[in-house]
Design a protein around this ligand. Structure first.
Ligand code: DC
Length: 231
């Protein structure tokens, strides 16, 4: 029975794969806690932009983020994201944050701070789904089940366009360029690059709808029941 799953599920992969919807769906099915680590890097980016700090100035970024109080919720239903007590759940999805977040998340001191916070949040839960880029490789190397979600780049751009209501082919091509640029940046950074963990199950969602991906991961979790007790 999937409800008997105990442990940590990591869900890593590039943007535009439907990772967040899938992670929330899996968490809801397993009655698990859910942590969106991308939301934490986005919240850190809000702090940097509000302090008028250049996102490429690593020292200033590190200082600014160290001084910020970043809070995220661990429920799968409502999104709670605050910086210094202020609700930024909407702002973190805006274009300015999306443009700057790769640079902020490449700063090692920022990663150390947020990874510590992620481990604290996760340790409080018996069953948890954690999504990001480096969860299976760095944050939770002993997780019970590791999934790496991919999809063909063209399909990812189409899905992102659908979410944003964009139909103009030139705008879709620009989205595809932006996805490529962020993948390149996230995969080639020195600290915790985006890559599948050696023991991750790679799930390709190119030809699956989101419900199909959720079912596939719930089935993987069911077959991992008991692994959490052994870990
Ligand atoms: O998943 P997302 O698009 O909300 O992530 C925003 C950015 O944060 C993304 O460009 C990469 C970075 N990120 C990261 O470096 N490590 C994580 N664990 C999660 C996100």
């Amino acid at each position: 029975m999937s409800a008997a799953f105990r442990g940590q599920i990591t869900l890593d992969g590039p943007s535009g794969t439907g990772k967040s919807t899938v992670a929330r769906g899996v968490a809801a099915r397993l009655r698990a806690a859910y942590l969106d680590t991308g939301a934490m890097y986005r919240a850190a980016t809000v702090a940097v932009l509000d302090a008028a700090v250049d996102p490429e100035d690593a020292d200033a970024v590190a200082r600014t983020v160290a001084a910020a109080r970043i809070e995220v919720g661990t429920g799968s239903a409502a999104e709670v994201v605050r910086v210094d007590g202020v609700d930024v759940a909407d702002r973190i999805r805006g274009a300015a944050v999306t443009r700057a977040v790769s640079a902020v998340s490449a700063v090692p001191a920022v990663r150390r701070q947020l990874v510590d916070q992620q481990r604290d949040l996760v340790s409080a839960a018996d069953v948890v789904v954690v999504e990001g880029r480096d969860i299976g490789t760095v944050v939770l190397p002993d997780a019970t089940l590791k999934v790496y979600l991919t999809a063909a780049p063209g399909v990812r751009a189409q899905r992102r366009a659908g979410q944003l209501g964009i139909t103009d082919p030139a705008e879709i091509a620009a989205l595809a360029d932006d996805l490529r640029r962020r993948d390149e940046y996230d995969s080639s950074r020195v600290d915790s690059p985006l890559r599948p963990a050696d023991d991750a199950v790679v799930v390709d969602s190119t030809d699956l709808d989101q419900q199909g991906v959720i079912e596939a991961i719930v089935a993987l979790a069911a077959s991992a029941v008991g692994a959490g007790e052994r870990a």
